[in-house]
Design a protein around this ligand. Structure first.
Ligand SMILES: Cc1cc2nc3c(=O)[nH]c(=O)nc-3n(C[C@H](O)[C@H](O)[C@H](O)COP(=O)(O)OP(=O)(O)OC[C@H]3O[C@@H](n4cnc5c(N)ncnc54)[C@H](O)[C@@H]3O)c2cc1C
Length: 468
């Protein structure tokens, strides 16, 4: 039986799958003014808003939606931007279905309010009207260094700047944004329209961003603190080191990590016809993995003209990627080989990939993660012909920074050890958060860690000042 009006979400326009499979334009086209106000009017403005509980940065969701209902964009944006530095980003890439929207009371009898799509609408509208986040405190003269300009670093920097700190972000790459810039593709997160303006908003709070600085190589944390007068440091250096399977043939020509493949496209703009950094465009590509990174690599390869197969060792139910991304990938024509695991990459005489040898899997008992462990089915080997293989198996933090920082403790997974609620590390005055601490996770969790660390750094510096 169809749900009555008000119980159903206002539909959003998307590019036709057949058309978008051949371009890098954004898939989702966003709400119009009328659609956004209509969808906002479905929010019940609950006295105890559970959606806020579901958000790791506790965005004032009913507050910004209430202002939007009356068409007051200025107020809506002011409430939103007081809680988050990256609303246009989060509105596009956050897994709302398992966070804020999963707690929405509307979801009990119908569709949850489209909180993510409304957040995106308000942020985009505010940008088109030239609105900026507001600085709240006068400069206090205290210097803090932030390492890495991903969501963790940018959030920490923005929050500290709002409190009056003199903040400098040091970024290894030539452009700020972390994974938002080099990892997530244009068709999900446009750089010129969305990422750069949000980075500029953080600069407009007074944050300085120095690119092409590799902390641990160009300069050390000790030098920043002892010679350059930074009283505290936040490490938000992410988890950018790709993992491989260590199977025979993995060093063949035509095997890439998803990180390299996506960085060449997104940061180096290899997808553009006028790009001077070429990229391999084979007829067939096999992508190994089932997370967001695998979906992004597969959908990028498809747009570059390849036919694409995703190989995943568990079943559909365990796919870690967002349901929306899997749905979009299927709509665009990507083939999924589930319960399948590669065992060898086969090459031709020139050492180019020609096929990937796989084995069928079945699900056994649950492992430590609670998911059923995939077990190989004996005698089930088969080959998938392909010209390239992209490994999207996860990443870990690069140990370069921790090994150049005496006294900074890391765990077996090379993640920095830091207190959960403050980001405090084993080094005095040094805080850390985001993927560098948790291992590969999500944008909003990285932002939450940056926010918590900013509050802890403020407390640390205030305490130090009173004790002087
Ligand atoms: C392809 C891809 C798709 C994803 N899709 C989603 C999604 O849809 N939704 C979602 O929520 N999450 C997604 N994620 C995960 C999410 O992007 C990350 O969890 C998040 O970006 C982590 O933020 P961070 O600030 O900790 O690190 P990062 O974003 O990795 O930023 C770290 C920054 O630090 C810099 N750096 C590293 N070392 C140094 C150094 N020594 N000196 C100076 N700078 C340094 C790096 O160059 C980088 O710019 C995706 C990840 C990838 C790779």
């Amino acid at each position: 039986m169809a749900l009555p009006e008000g119980f159903v979400r206002v539909p959003i326009t998307e590019q036709d799958p057949k058309v978008r499979a051949g371009n890098f334009e954004e898939v989702c086209l966003g709400y119009t003014d009328e659609e956004a106000v209509l969808e906002a009017s479905r929010c019940l403005n609950c006295k105890k808003p559970m959606c806020v509980e579901g958000c790791p940065v506790r965005v004032n969701i009913p507050g910004f939606i209430e202002a939007l209902k009356g068409g007051n964009i200025e107020e809506s944006y002011s409430r939103l931007s007081a809680c988050t530095a990256l609303p246009a980003v989060c509105g596009r890439v956050c897994p709302q279905e398992t966070q804020c929207e999963s707690k929405c009371i509307r979801g009990i009898k119908g569709d949850a309010v489209a909180i993510g799509k409304l957040e995106r609408y308000v942020a985009d509208k505010a940008r088109s009207l030239g609105m900026k986040p507001v600085v709240t405190a006068a400069p206090n003269g205290h210097k803090v260094a932030v390492i890495g300009s991903g969501p963790a670093g940018l959030t920490c920097a923005g929050d500290l700047a709002r409190l009056g700190y003199d903040v400098t972000v040091f970024e290894a790459l030539h452009e700020a944004g972390g994974v938002l810039t080099y990892g997530i593709p244009e068709f999900r997160l446009p750089k010129e329209k969305v990422v750069r303006p949000e980075v500029e908003n953080i600069r407009s709070l007074g944050v300085k961003i120095e690119t092409n600085v590799i902390v641990g190589k160009s300069v050390t944390i000790d030098q920043l603190m002892e010679d350059e007068g930074f009283e505290a440091v936040f490490i938000g250096s992410g988890a950018g080191l790709p993992m491989f399977m260590n199977i025979p043939g993995e060093n063949a020509k035509g095997v890439f990590s998803a990180n390299e493949f996506l960085t060449r496209n997104n940061l180096m703009k290899a997808f553009r016809d006028d790009s001077d950094t070429p990229i391999y465009r084979p007829a067939r590509v096999a992508v190994v993995g089932g997370g967001n990174v695998a979906m992004d690599a597969a959908r990028t390869a498809l747009r570059l003209g390849s036919s694409v197969t995703i190989i995943y060792r568990r079943s559909e139910a365990e796919l870690p990627a967002r349901a929306e991304e899997v749905h979009h990938a299927r709509e665009e024509g990507i083939v999924f080989e589930m319960l399948t695991n590669p065992v060898e990459i086969l090459t031709n005489d020139d050492k180019f990939v020609r096929a990937i040898k796989c084995v069928r899997m079945e699900l056994g008992e649950p492992d430590q993660s609670g998911r059923r462990r995939p077990v190989p089915v004996e005698g089930s080997e088969f080959e998938i012909e392909t010209d390239a293989v992209i490994m999207a198996l996860g990443t870990s933090p690069n140990p370069m920074l921790s090994s150049a920082t005496p006294g900074l403790e890391i765990n077996k997974r090379r993640c920095i050890i830091a207190e959960e609620t403050t980001g405090k590390t084993s080094r005095e005055g040094v805080y850390a958060g985001g993927d560098a601490v948790s291992g590969a996770a999500t944008v909003i969790l990285a932002m939450g860690a940056g926010k918590d660390a900013a509050a802890a750094i403020d407390e640390y510096i205030r305490l130090k000042r009173t004790n002087l």
